[in-house]
Design a binder for this molecule. Structure first.
Ligand code: FES
Ligand code: FES
Length: 220
C-alpha cells in the first residue's frame, strides 16, 4: 500500500528521516558560552571577588571558573582539564580551596571568593608567591596560580588540624613534612614536574603565611 510521507514517518521514523519521530533538528553549531535558551537561563549574579562586587549577566549553567575568566576578566585561574582533575583552576571560597571548574557561579552569591589576583600583586607579593619565585617552583607556569592558591588553602586546613592520608597519627597536630605537603597538594598536577621545588617553596613559606583557623578568619 502506498503511504503518504507523514504516515511513512510515523510507521518507521528512523528509516524515514534518520532520526526518531519528533526529535528536533539539532542546531548546526552552538558556542556554549554564548548559548542562552530563549527567554530563560540568563540571570544577573552578584559575585564578591577579591573584595570587589561584580554583577554579571550569566547563563545559570556558567561555572565559577568561566564567570571569573570570561565575564569578569580575571584570567589568573587557569582551565586545565575543566573537570576537576588537575587543580589549575583552584581558588579560595570562604577560605576553603575548591576547583572552580566544578562549581556553578550562581551558587556563590554570598561567598568571599579569592583568586590569585587577590593574593598578592607585583611589588607586593604574597609570601607563597615569593617562595615559588625563589625556589623556581614552576617551569611553564600554567599550573602555578592553582598551586599557590591551593597551598594557601592547604595551610588553612593544617591550621584547622585536618589530618591527611600521609599523617602517621591522625590525633596529633599535623606537621609539614615533605610527605605531608606532597599528599596534601596531590590534587594539583604539574605537567612540567616541578614538584620538588613546589614542595620546598611551600615548606619555606608556611611560617610566614598567617592563615589561622578558618572560623577565626571568617569571623575577623
Ligand atoms: S580545570 Fe579545574 S580541575 Fe582542572
Ligand atoms: S609549571 Fe608547567 S605545568 Fe606546572
Amino acid at each position: 500500500m502506498h503511504r503518504r510521507p507523514l504516515e511513512r514517518e510515523r510507521a518507521n521514523p528512523v528509516a524515514a528521516t534518520g532520526r526518531p519521530f519528533n526529535h528536533p533538528t539539532p542546531p548546526a553549531f552552538v558556542v556554549w558560552n554564548d548559548y542562552k535558551p530563549p527567554g530563560k537561563g540568563a540571570r544577573v549574579t552578584r559575585l564578591n571577588v577579591n573584595g570587589e562586587i561584580h554583577e554579571v549577566d550569566l547563563d545559570i549553567r556558567t561555572t565559577l571558573l568561566d564567570a571569573l575568566r570570561e565575564h569578569i576578566g580575571l584570567t589568573g585561574s587557569k582551565k586545565g582539564c575543566d573537570h576537576g582533575q588537575c587543580g589549575a583552576c583552584t581558588i579560595l571560597v570562604n577560605g576553603r580551596r575548591i576547583n572552580s571548574c566544578l562549581s556553578l557561579a550562581v551558587m556563590h552569591e554570598d561567598d568571599e571568593i579569592l583568586t590569585i589576583e587577590g593574593l598578592g600583586k607585583p611589588g607586593k607579593l604574597h609570601p607563597m608567591q615569593q617562595a615559588f619565585l625563589e625556589h623556581d617552583g614552576y617551569q611553564c607556569g600554567y599550573c602555578t596560580p592553582g598551586q599557590i592558591v591551593s597551598a594557601v588553602g592547604m595551610l588553612g586546613e593544617v591550621a584547622d588540624g585536618w589530618a591527611s592520608h600521609a599523617s602517621a597519627d591522625i590525633n596529633a597536630a599535623p606537621t609539614l613534612s615533605e610527605a605531608e605537603v606532597s599528599e596534601r597538594m596531590s590534587g594539583n598536577l604539574c605537567r612540567c614536574s616541578a614538584y620538588p621545588n613546589i614542595v620546598d617553596a611551600i615548606r619555606e613559606a608556611a611560617p610566614a603565611v598567617e592563615v589561622g583557623k578558618t572560623d577565626e578568619r571568617r569571623a575577623a
